[in-house]
Write a protein that binds this ligand. Structure first.
Ligand code: GYE
Length: 575
């Protein structure tokens, strides 16, 4: 409870809980002590709580305790994510993005001239501060005219920041801007330089709260020049607690909250947006969906989930199927712009080439949401929200299964990778996650990799072409989706090779056919990627049209299926 951010979080939790008489919020304060926090959690369990909300002091230290609690009751983790995925829901800001937003603000201040930055960073233990610095450095690496000197303020307090800045002496002279990792330290820096020779320096903070000494107040008073908001997630935590305890479907795994750059120019409009209550919907919402196509079982399930949810939410949905053609998909978006859709949703076939048409949508004032695939762009205002899986983690999980189940006892393990559509974000990120874990152990190697375009036929062709050029010498097949794995299985059987035995196969998605293949011993591991994004997507569309702010990312919950659980989960596989 030492920082304003914590006080605001606590107030939001209590205010939101007070709206629901069926909720009793029992509150304990770890006072920055992980050992005490672990004892606090044990005490809360002793009270018989139904759901735990925790802001971990030290995410690594608290991971085992939280993982254990998660076996018995739902857990919502706030603002600092624990390792692994043993929790029900994580809600927090994107601290790397906050650092990137600060970096971009400084680049625009520098306008190409030599520019010196004093960065007031939080303590070494602060995950948030490290991420913000990564984001900042990621921007500055492309701007050699900007030089940074870093000063660590261990307790991230206003007074410590004031003392440190005041002690810098001539190190402060050529500094053009001070970037403090929270508004509290920004105020301290201001107090250190006000009235003196350094008073003209720009100051940027983070958090952007209202109220006395809040970032918004400091901008209004001209104390600081800019702040980047860092929402606490307290309200969302209570709202999702109710959904979780009432078994509402579609609760995501992660909700990453959005941050805004606030300056004098947009301060008033930002504050008005805070006070704006969601408005009732007057007309039916018209949504244009630029879909990939019908390439896989996963896509068919995703298509039906979206159509059903549109009906449930009374959304007028128009789907254009680009049939795996990026050019046709961009044309579909142009069609929706000309039809003046309220919202455009895209599952980008590939992650590049999107800026021009998304700028057209922005000029037309049509918000864009991304579903199940991302785009690669430096701009952060071309789409509102991404809803879908964590593909890098899916890739990691696939290779973790290989490491645990295919020991390199005889020789280095030889892996054949069947990639999805080249240039698609799930392809890029599943490969990256898989290779990140693979690199940990020199006894595994990808000896052949080519694309099956996420189709059954494509998977079959990859294996057939390998067999035409090589005697079979593969230990593991990693297929970026189930359909390509099923195609590979057909090709192996035609060649007299036993899938699942002579060669282990791991894939991604979780279709009924793939889970069944596990039971039949032809497939060994399927990493889940949930296709049923319809409800979350249509809720996001509806919230948007009601004037609510959308999160930056909504990441779906995903499991891993193997022989151990395939029989149990098969009945529940609905696609
Ligand atoms: O894994 C695959 C589909 O974009 C996550 O596309 C989706 C992927 C999915 O063709 O089956």
């Amino acid at each position: 409870m030492r920082e304003p951010w914590r006080l605001v979080l606590t107030r939001e939790l209590q205010e939101e809980a007070a709206k629901h008489p069926e909720i009793r919020l029992v509150f304990v304060d770890a006072t920055q002590d992980s050992d005490k926090q672990i004892k606090d959690i044990e005490r809360l369990l002793g009270y018989g709580i139904d759901l735990l909300i925790v802001s971990p002091c030290d995410a690594k230290r608290l991971t085992p305790t939280i993982s254990e609690v998660y076996q018995n009751i739902p857990v919502i983790v706030l603002d600092r994510v624990v390792e692994g995925y043993d929790y029900t829901l994580f809600i927090g800001p994107d601290n790397e993005s906050i650092g990137k937003q600060a970096g971009k603000a400084i680049v625009s201040m520098a306008v190409g001239r030599t520019f010196s930055v004093l960065e007031l960073r939080g303590g070494a233990g602060s995950q948030a501060s490290a991420a913000r610095s990564r984001g900042l450095e990621g921007v500055f690496v492309r701007h050699p005219n900007i030089r940074t000197q870093v000063v660590v303020v261990e307790n991230e307090s206003r007074d410590a920041a004031e003392d440190i800045v005041a002690s810098l002496g001539d190190r402060l002279e050529d500094v053009d801007v001070i970037f403090a990792h929270n508004d509290y330290m920004a105020l301290g820096a201001y107090r250190a330089i006000q009235g003196g020779a350094n008073a003209s320096k720009k100051i940027i903070g983070v958090d952007g709260f209202a109220g006395q000494d809040g970032g918004l107040e400091l901008i209004r008073k001209g104390v600081i020049d800019e702040t980047i908001t860092c929402p606490t997630g307290g309200r969302e935590a209570i709202q999702f607690s109710l959904d979780i305890l009432q078994n509402v479907s579609g609760v995501p795994k992660q909700v990453i909250l959005r941050s805004h750059n606030i300056t004098r120019d947009n301060l008033e409009s930002y504050e008005r947006s805070l006070d704006k209550a969601p408005h009732e919907l007057t007309d039916v919402i018209r949504v244009g969906y630029a879909q990939v196509g019908t390439e896989s079982g996963w896509r068919l399930a995703a298509n039906s989930s979206i159509r059903e949810a549109a009906m449930d939410f009374n959304v007028d949905l128009t789907v254009i199927d680009a049939n795996q053609s990026p050019a046709r998909q961009i044309e579909a978006v142009r069609t929706f712009i000309s039809q003046k859709m309220d919202v455009i949703v895209i599952s980008p076939i590939i992650d590049s080439g999107w800026e021009p048409v998304l700028r057209e949508a922005k000029r037309a004032g049509i918000p864009v949401l991304l579903s199940d695939r991302k785009i690669n762009t430096e701009a952060d205002d071309l789409f509102l929200t991404y809803i879908g899986g964590d593909f890098i983690e899916e890739g990691r999980r696939a290779m973790r299964w290989v490491q645990a189940n295919v020991p390199p006892d005889k020789h280095p393990v030889r892996i054949l990778e069947i990639q999805g559509t080249i240039g698609a974000s799930p392809t890029i990120e599943r490969k990256a996650g898989f290779e990140a874990v693979l690199a940990e152990n020199g006894s595994y190697g990808i000896v052949h990799s080519s694309s099956g375009d996420y189709t059954i036929e494509g998977g079959r062709q990859v294996v057939e072409s390998y067999l035409r050029a090589n005697a079979w010498d593969i230990d593991v097949i990693f297929a970026h989706n189930d359909d390509m794995a099923l195609g590979a299985i057909e090709a192996l059987e035609s060649a007299g090779i036993k899938p699942g035995e002579d060669v282990k196969i791991v894939s991604v998605d979780g279709t009924k056919r793939a889970v069944k293949a596990i039971i039949d011993g032809k497939l060994n591991c399927v990493v889940e990627c949930a296709p049923f994004l319809g409800p979350q997507l249509m809720k996001a569309v509806t919230d948007l049209m009601m004037g609510k702010e959308l999160p930056l990312r909504i990441i779906t919950d995903e499991r891993v299926f193997t022989r151990e659980n395939a029989e149990e989960v098969l009945p529940g596989r609905s696609y």
